[in-house]
Ligand binder design. Structure first.
Ligand code: ATP
Length: 253
């Protein structure tokens, strides 16, 4: 049984077919990249899995259970997490407090608990922060962190929800080259250890080819190729779709 199965998802916006018979599976512990040129349908597929967008046809199954029309909150409860940027309002809080808040939310406790006990879930939060290499920054304000460190805290916040499947939309956008590789290495090792399936979209082909276990290629709403990075690099249709725009695909320096 796959962790996530997507079966013949279809979505059109007026005359624009954003997804046509999209089918694939995500397995536990793998990093699956969903790539494609601008407008290929990546966000549409992502949002149908996250519950932000209902499909016209097709099904989404988590561990064989249909969740096609479940709300994002219900999917979150069933184990589908998504990384989001830390909201501006939370920048004034410390790194640890942000993760503690996520744990409070995960355990469906009232945030009122926070005014009574700022120690609530602190040990678990510190444990998550050490997994992402941020324990030493626990008591610093999020507002003073470097961008790459904020991304690690966002990962810890997502992990606080104990996801089975984690959706990551452009996880390394805006990061420096070296920070990107470090974040993706960390994400991959956490995925393997915790047996979390990760589905991510990404425009940076170095990140995709360097870190994905498997790659799906979307073009005009259809999956035109699926396979290992080596298989995708050799695929003539994929190379044609990117036509020299991506050195990681074409092998150019
Ligand atoms: N809400 C919408 N209303 C109308 N058309 C939409 C809507 N959302 C997406 N589309 C269209 O559907 C197609 C797929 O869009 P989508 O955003 O899923 O692509 P994408 O691969 O995520 O693109 P990008 O890489 O540029 O973010 C595009 O032609 C887009 O214009």
């Amino acid at each position: 049984m796959s962790l996530l199965a997507v079966e013949r998802l279809n979505k059109a916006f007026g005359g624009v077919v954003a997804a046509h018979d999209v089918s694939f599976a995500v397995e536990r512990g793998e990093m699956l990249a969903l790539i494609g040129p601008n407008g290929a349908g990546k966000s549409t597929v992502f949002n149908m899995i996250g519950g932000q967008l209902p499909p016209d046809r097709g099904a989404v199954l988590l561990e064989d259970k249909a969740i096609t029309l479940a709300s994002p909150q219900e999917r979150f409860r069933q184990g589908i997490g998504r990384t989001f940027q830390i909201a501006q309002a939370f920048h004034s809080m410390t790194v640890c407090e942000n993760v503690q808040m996520a744990l409070i939310s995960h355990h469906r406790e009232s945030r009122a608990i926070w005014t009574e006990a700022r120690q609530h879930h602190r040990r678990d939060a510190l444990d998550l922060l050490s997994q992402v290499g941020m324990a030493e920054a626990a008591d610093r304000s999020c507002s003073v962190l470097a961008y790459g460190d904020v991304k690690r805290v966002e990962l810890a916040i997502a992990l606080a929800g104990e996801p089975k499947l984690l959706l990551m939309d452009e996880p390394t956008a805006g990061m420096a080259f070296r920070e990107r590789a470090a974040l993706m290495d960390l994400t991959h090792s956490i995925a393997r250890t915790r047996r979390i399936g990760i589905l991510f979209t990404e425009h940076d082909m170095d990140v995709v080819f360097g870190h994905a276990s498997r790659i799906l290629v979307l073009l005009r709403g259809e999956i035109i190729a699926a396979g290992s990075p080596a298989e995708i690099r050799e695929n003539a249709q994929v190379r044609q779709a990117y036509l020299g725009n991506a050195p990681a695909l074409t092998g150019a320096p």
